[in-house]
Design a protein around this ligand. Structure first.
Ligand code: MN
Length: 291
């Protein structure tokens, strides 16, 4: 490859922390070598690696919390997640589905294991991304994009079994359904053993990949399950060869070159705006949501 993207780091899963009692997350970023701007427009990635939950009558999860100034993107690989918000929205994110929630001006939110899943217990694996919004769209009205697996774009490769599942952006003319405020690509590469694929992203786009399942050679480096590959902002090509059946979450986006003031669930441009958001929550401006 003449124009290969160089790998900056292959990052093993950081020690997990619990979000509520239902989400065991490896906080890949921000943190470690990936600062608040390094993967912009992707601000945060929490990865719930595969875990078996025992049956529970009371669904595990995380109670009422605010969000403002960004989007939460929840990708379910195993298990089901139920959510509710203060605008009266609710829904279930099933296996293979994605929920793209624009918190924007602000809302209250809660997330739990879905009732039936909780009763039966089982395998759980998911990713939650926080995608930053540009200053001009920070206060946009909250909205949801419920993206079921069948809505996603699919580009099949020569073996007719391996494909890129496009959540947003496009791969070789195949588009994904999620609308975004800034340019980005989010894919699942679902590859069978020995499949070899090439991806292209502009060199200025911040780009990274998480191996969800399997083992792959990425630009010549073996990358194991649950490891995140961070690319330098040089070169454009990425070649992936699946050593076994593999699923890889691919993130690439144009950086948002604006100041960041981040505090808990608020992602703003200035500290003044963070204080205003905290004040809005205490005044009930984000609405009401019962635990
Ligand atoms: Mn939330």
């Amino acid at each position: 490859m003449k124009n290969a993207k160089k790998i900056e780091a292959i990052i093993p899963p950081p020690a997990p922390h619990m979000v509520g009692d239902g989400f065991r997350e490896h906080g890949f970023f921000p943190g470690g070598i990936i600062n608040k701007r390094r993967m912009s427009p992707f601000f945060m990635m929490d990865y719930g690696s595969k875990i078996e939950f025992s049956p529970s009558e009371e669904p595990r999860g995380v109670g009422v919390h605010p969000h403002a100034g960004f989007e939460t993107v929840t990708i379910a690989y195993h298990g089901k997640i139920a959510h509710h918000d203060s605008a009266g929205n609710s829904g279930i994110i099933g296996e293979g589905d994605v929920q793209w929630m624009t918190a924007g001006a602000g809302l209250l939110h809660k997330e739990y294991h879905e009732k039936e899943f909780s009763k039966l217990g089982g395998l759980f694996q998911m990713v939650q991304l926080w995608v930053n919004l540009p200053a001009k769209d920070k206060k946009t009205k909250p909205k949801y994009q419920e993206i079921t697996n069948s809505m996603m774009g699919r580009h099949y490769f020569a073996d007719e079994k391996s494909f890129i599942e496009v959540i947003t952006g496009e791969y070789n003319g195949t588009k994904g359904p999620a609308n975004t405020f800034t340019p980005m690509q989010v894919y699942n590469a679902r590859l069978k053993k020995n499949a070899k694929v090439t991806l292209f992203f502009p060199s200025n786009y911040n780009t990274g990949m998480l191996v969800i399942e399997g083992l792959a050679t990425i630009n010549g480096n073996a990358v194991a399950t649950d490891h995140f590959t961070l690319f330098n902002n040089e070169g454009e090509e990425i070649e992936i060869e699946a050593t076994e059946d593999t699923i890889i979450l691919v993130l690439s986006g144009e950086p948002i070159d604006e100041p960041i003031a981040a505090y808990g669930p608020f992602l703003m441009n200035t500290w003044q705006e963070v204080e205003e958001a905290i004040e809005s929550v205490s005044r009930g401006k984000f609405g009401v949501l019962k635990d």
